[in-house]
Ligand binder design. Structure first.
Ligand code: PLP
Length: 394
């Protein structure tokens, strides 16, 4: 690759229109900066897009997960089943509430929770399951919610990457007790930091709204629009401050106006990769599952220059890292799809875990590779990536 032809393509790039950029000026000019009319507008648009009867904006997906478990009553000594391959936040919120994280292996084909294994992890202390719709592909929710109902467990969906992901026609986030979304800049809709909780349960929604706002029975907006705005609300809970700002919500709300186009563009980019790499035996592209619509928060592949087995993982990992180095030198940013949380030192040491305890999560950790995918990617950029990868040899 000559330096002259080299391009630089990041793993993700935020793409905002001028209208979206200008949208943040509204709250700045109005002076209503924190959880006001723009948060309400963003929540309403989110509900229309996802079909969720209730949407509650918060400060991040992590706080959405935390608030969900807290509102449901999850507490010290309770166990929660968490996939071993996910972002660490899914497990951390269980720790923050004094619970025990019970890791479960994944299905290497989808990178999502292995539901058969999950059922085997249930004990009389299990209170919750946290399925993750990893990278935009829905977890296997029908059997999972059935098992949860049989055992009286809460299902908190980690839909951080789930925008535009549908499970047999239903948007993720309305299949369990709550769904938790992220607006981190690597996600399809971004507010810098930010999150959204969706739920179909009205009384749970009311509790979540109060808990995010110091436990107040009434929001500032309701108070200001009410008959006696000068009187303060009661606080039936010792809540948290997990309110989104109106500046963030204005940005999120403006992006929702092109939500369909954003998802379509990401799906088209993924299709371009799928077609270009279909003949490569050493690169397994993301799974297509019957009845599931992938939102493509990212494009996670499995690097498999030889069959992935416990014995071959270290060799494949070395080859993958070498390939990532070469792609980086060619200006193409890649990442392992995410991490195996049981291999991170906090969890490894606290629970005495070994990498082989969850072999598929270990394989995914060591052999996965996400390629750049973001709306706003040019044809030239994607063709450059495709050509570079097609010229790689394994
Ligand atoms: C699966 C998963 N869960 C949770 C989170 C945490 O999201 P946030 O950064 O909005 O707290 C992420 C972030 O990337 C994620 O990928």
């Amino acid at each position: 690759m000559s330096e002259q032809n080299k391009m630089n393509v990041p793993i993700a790039r935020t793409s905002l229109t001028e209208t979206e950029i200008q949208s943040v000026l509204g709250p700045l000019r109005s002076g209503w900066l924190v959880q006001g009319p723009k948060v309400r507008e963003f929540e309403e648009k989110w509900s229309v897009f996802t079909g969720a009867p209730h949407s509650i904006a918060v400060t991040s997906c992590t706080t959405a997960l935390h608030l969900s478990l807290a509102a449901l009553g999850f507490g010290p000594g309770d166990e929660a089943i968490v996939p071993a391959f996910t972002w660490i936040a899914t497990a951390n919120v269980v720790e923050h509430l004094g619970g025990k994280v019970v890791f479960c292996d994944i299905d290497l084909k989808t990178f999502n929770l292995d539901v058969v294994q999950a059922e085997k992890k249930i004990t009389n202390r299990t209170k919750a399951i946290l399925p993750v719709h990893l990278f935009g592909l829905a977890a296997d929710m029908d059997p999972l919610t059935q098992i949860a109902r049989q055992h009286g467990l809460w299902v908190v969906e980690d839909a951080a990457c789930g925008f535009g992901s549908r499970y047999h026609g239903k948007h993720v986030g309305i299949l369990g007790h709550t769904g938790c979304f992220s607006f981190h800049p690597r996600k399809a809709i971004t507010t810098g930091e930010g999150g959204m909780i969706t739920t179909c349960d009205e009384s749970l929604a009311e509790k979540l709204r109060r808990l995010r706002d110091h436990g107040a029975a009434m929001t500032d907006l309701q108070r200001h629009l009410g008959a006696r705005p000068y009187l303060l609300a009661d606080h039936p809970y010792a809540g948290y401050n997990q309110r989104m700002t109106d500046i963030q919500a204005a940005l999120g709300s403006a992006q929702m106006d092109r939500a369909d186009a954003i998802i379509r563009e990401r799906q088209n980019l993924a299709m371009g990769y799928d077609q270009a790499f279909s003949h490569l035996t050493w690169l397994r592209t993301p799974a297509h599952m019957e009845g599931l619509e992938h939102g493509y928060q990212s494009y996670p592949c499995l690097f498999q220059p030889e069959p992935v087995t416990l014995e071959s993982i270290p060799r494949i990992n070395q080859a993958r890292n070498g390939w990532m180095d070469r792609l980086q030198q060619a200006g193409i940013s890649t990442r392992p799809a995410t991490h195996a949380v049981h291999m991170l030192s906090f969890y490894r040491e606290k629970y005495g875990l070994k990498q082989e305890d969850f072999p598929n999560a270990w394989a995914a950790n060591d052999c996965s590779i996400s390629l750049p995918l973001f709306h706003g990617m040019t044809n030239e950029e994607q063709n450059y990536i495709i050509q570079t990868i097609q010229n790689s040899c394994f």
